[in-house]
Design a protein around this ligand. Structure first.
Ligand code: RVP
Length: 499
């Protein structure tokens, strides 16, 4: 006879947090969101922690190198999507690892033979007023000079004037050598009252430009997640089919942490993948997704450094409708968190868990943490921002961004759904959609984080561990859900934010 779970499976909106005593020192400013991402022994520190409990989903429409840089700058990690060639994915990882915060590759470049008209055209096209003049007009050619708007007078200079006749030549430039640190570059910028400092090597080849404004922006990110070499930390998704080709390429590119990305991770395929990675590489790897105790323990015993929880709750996911598997996200998380506690008591090893998918309101994140998640993974949330890889479009009077599931015909990520058989996407488990455009990641993240800290302060808790141990959570009835929003009034205008 089949096994029945007699309790219905529940999702986040069916729960609320009950406030506990807020002591005077438990202000939002004193709430700390640092959280482990990889397993560790009792009394020791994890090898990798997040400064904010956010990761971006392993999806074409969410996590590329741009998103990875933007999120690491704020303290989280992106898992760069795996539904592309191993080579392309490794190139994205490499771009993140090679990105030097505050050092930018010059985006406007011309040769000395070009004209003032070319400078003006370039400025019109990309909005930059600093143009690097290199021997071959490329960003890494030999630097011969710089042109800014201080070098020409629109009212006097003819448009066909050659750049070599009005640029500031290399001999008059202040520049930094390629080993300079960001703070040394900043000292030169201040000392010489510059807006931009070129960085060149011993052959005078241009490597980067450092702008005064970028340094200020960098200083404004004290939570940035950096490795020992001051490069941003980055993750990547892999599958349990082509890992022997993909993992070496990613490790070579410098990836910090991998995750096996599958809709249902309770499989021998995942065990094999974990064993392969653990016996061949010294890289951290998470696995999933699971929704119960057995799935969690299976992956942990197979070597997973963290486990991802959630089947069918993603905003673009139709797995539950298509094949009838899944579980309400809150119920899944509660059961897995309990299994994790027992495992910790028995072995002294703490395995972080990630709640993946189904976050609709910001408070759902706090609920997920209170229910035992150490961090969350989100797709829809991040897809709305400037930094996501997809197109911003105007539909009717609103700006939207495109957002499609990995199981949609558009992504065709059959490896994520395959349980052995035909090597192609046989039916869709995801949709192609739009999400409302919401602006920049940093701005939205700041708002979300201040809400999480506020909730935690109401709960009288100053850390995620404290919240996990002491939160008081209640189920809400379907009727009381109504009183949670504005009700029995005539709304003047929508006061809902973009969350
Ligand atoms: P959400 O944050 O609700 O948008 O959910 C994102 C999650 O949905 C992903 O991290 C992944 O687990 C899942 N996903 C991605 N594609 C699909 C699909 O096509 N069904 N599901």
């Amino acid at each position: 006879m089949a096994h029945y779970y007699l309790e219905p499976s529940r999702t986040f909106s069916e729960f609320l947090l009950i406030p506990s005593l807020t002591t005077k020192d438990c202000t939002p400013a004193n709430v700390e969101l640092k959280t482990p991402i990889t397993k560790f022994k009792k009394g020791e520190q994890p090898d990798i922690s997040l400064n904010i409990p956010f990761t971006s989903a392993v999806m074409q429409s969410v996590s590329d190198n741009n998103m990875a840089i933007a999120l690491a700058r704020c303290g989280g990690i992106s898992f760069i999507y795996g539904s592309q060639s191993a080579e392309d994915q490794a190139a994205m990882v490499r771009k993140v690892k090679e990105y030097k915060a505050g050092f930018v590759v010059s985006r406007s470049n011309l040769t000395p033979e070009a004209t003032l008209q070319d400078v003006l055209d370039l400025k019109e096209r990309n909005g930059h007023s600093t143009v690097a003049i290199t021997d071959d007009g490329t960003p890494n050619g030999k630097l011969l000079g710089i042109v800014t708007s201080r070098d020409y007078r629109m009212s006097r200079d003819p448009l066909d004037k050659r750049i070599k006749d009005f640029m500031t030549p290399f001999s008059s430039l202040i520049y930094g050598d390629s080993k300079i640190t960001l703070s040394e570059a900043n000292d030169l910028i201040w000392q010489h009252k510059l807006n931009c400092l070129p960085i060149v090597d011993e052959e005078q080849k241009l490597h980067y430009l450092v702008f005064r404004k970028d340094y200020d922006a960098h200083k404004g990110n004290p939570l940035a997640l950096l490795d020992a070499n001051k490069s941003y930390i980055v993750g990547a998704g892999i599958n349990s089919r082509d890992y022997e080709e993909r993992v070496p390429a990613l490790v070579e590119a410098g990836v910090d942490v991998l995750v096996i990305d599958a809709s249902d991770g309770y499989s021998e395929w995942q065990q094999e993948t974990l064993k392969y990675v653990k016996s061949n590489f010294n890289v951290k790897i998470g696995a999933g997704n699971v929704v119960d105790r057995e799935g969690f323990l299976y992956l942990v015993e197979s070597g997973a450094d963290f486990v991802k929880v959630g089947i069918g709750g993603g905003s673009i996911c139709i797995t539950r409708e298509q094949i009838g598997i899944g579980r309400g996200q809150a119920s899944a998380l509660i059961e897995v968190a309990k299994a994790r506690e027992e495992y910790y008591e028995q072995t002294g090893i703490y395995v972080p868990i990630c709640s993946d998918g189904g976050i609709v309101h910001d408070y759902h994140i706090t609920l997920a943490l209170a229910m035992g998640a150490d961090f969350v993974m989100m797709g829809r949330y991040f897809a709305r921002f400037d930094e996501s890889p997809t197109k911003k479009l105007k539909v009717g009077n609103n700006f939207v961004k495109e957002f499609w599931g990995e199981g949609s015909n558009r992504a065709r990520n059959w490896q994520r759904y395959d349980t052995g058989g035909k090597q192609s996407l046989v039916f869709e488990e995801g949709v192609d959609s739009y999400v409302p455009y919401a602006g920049s990641l940093q701005e939205n993240l700041d708002k979300t984080i201040s809400k999480i800290k506020s909730t935690m302060s109401h709960c009288g808790t100053k850390s995620i561990e404290d919240l996990q141990n002491n939160a008081r959570i209640t189920i809400v009835s379907a009727t009381s859900l109504v009183e949670g929003g504005a009700h029995d009034v005539i709304m003047k205008e929508s006061t809902l934010s973009g969350e």
